[in-house]
Ligand binder design. Structure first.
Ligand SMILES: [Zn+2]
Length: 232
């Protein structure tokens, strides 16, 4: 349930490191928004090319499989568009080039709200999660003024102002969304990443317990927790 006072964005973009990150972190919330007409775009920094223990699997083949899985998961949630930046899994770096690509995706898809991974999360070990978060935030700042990446504006794009950011995978949340009505879809979305799921029953149990622990503080059956940052 969303409170009446909550102003839904018209368009939202999730920027994240690997296929499945958004499904663990934010898909229950995004499914509820999609049901209310929010246009949702996913921007993936890598295609999860190294996420396998199968010695016969190649990175190129796995990238294709995982992009398809992310699109299937996105269809469950109601995401409409997918941007694949195709950086190498596990090898991402914060760079002006990556910032420019994220900035361009924001200028093309024009989200009011951006969701990305919390790069300040304490003890965040995975470099790609940190890089996706920094690039998402830095891309938001770059997108809004015409002197950042001006070459993009010569090709018909215009600058674009995101008004709010939600960080997921955060250890310091300040907003919680009730996902009681969309938890089953969240679990279905996560389960769409079949190359990554060894035990779907155990995964569903884990996700229900995680959602319940997020909701407990507000007496909700199931929730997702975010750090919201206002930019307007
Ligand atoms: Zn990840």
């Amino acid at each position: 349930m969303l409170p009446d006072t909550f102003k839904l964005p018209r368009r939202a973009m999730a920027i994240f490191a690997h296929p499945d990150d958004v499904d663990f972190g934010a898909s229950g919330t995004l499914a509820a928004w999609a049901d209310r007409g929010v246009h949702i775009t996913y921007c993936l920094v890598t295609s999860g090319q190294k996420g396998t223990h199968d010695a016969t699997m190649s990175a190129t083949k796995l990238a294709r499989i995982r992009e398809r899985e992310q699109m299937a998961a996105g269809a469950v949630v109601g995401a409409k568009e997918f941007v694949f930046l195709r950086r190498q899994d596990g090898e991402t770096e914060v760079s002006m080039r990556l910032r420019g690509e994220v900035c361009k995706a924001i200028r093309i898809h024009r989200p009011d709200v951006v969701l990305t991974q919390d790069p300040w999360r304490a003890y965040q070990l995975h470099p790609d999660h940190r890089v996706a978060g920094w690039s998402g935030l830095d891309g938001v700042i770059a997108a809004r003024d015409h002197l950042f990446f001006p070459e993009q504006l010569k090709r018909g794009l215009t600058q674009h102002r995101v008004t709010r950011v939600y960080l997921f995978g955060t250890s310091d949340p300040n907003i919680w969304f009730d996902i009681t009505g969309t938890l089953d879809r969240k679990i279905k979305a996560i389960s769409s990443h079949t190359s990554q799921v060894a035990d779907p029953v155990r995964l569903a149990e884990r996700m229900r317990a995680f959602a319940a622990s997020n909701g407990r503080v507000w007496g909700l059956e199931a929730a997702e927790a975010f750090r919201a940052i206002e930019l307007a």
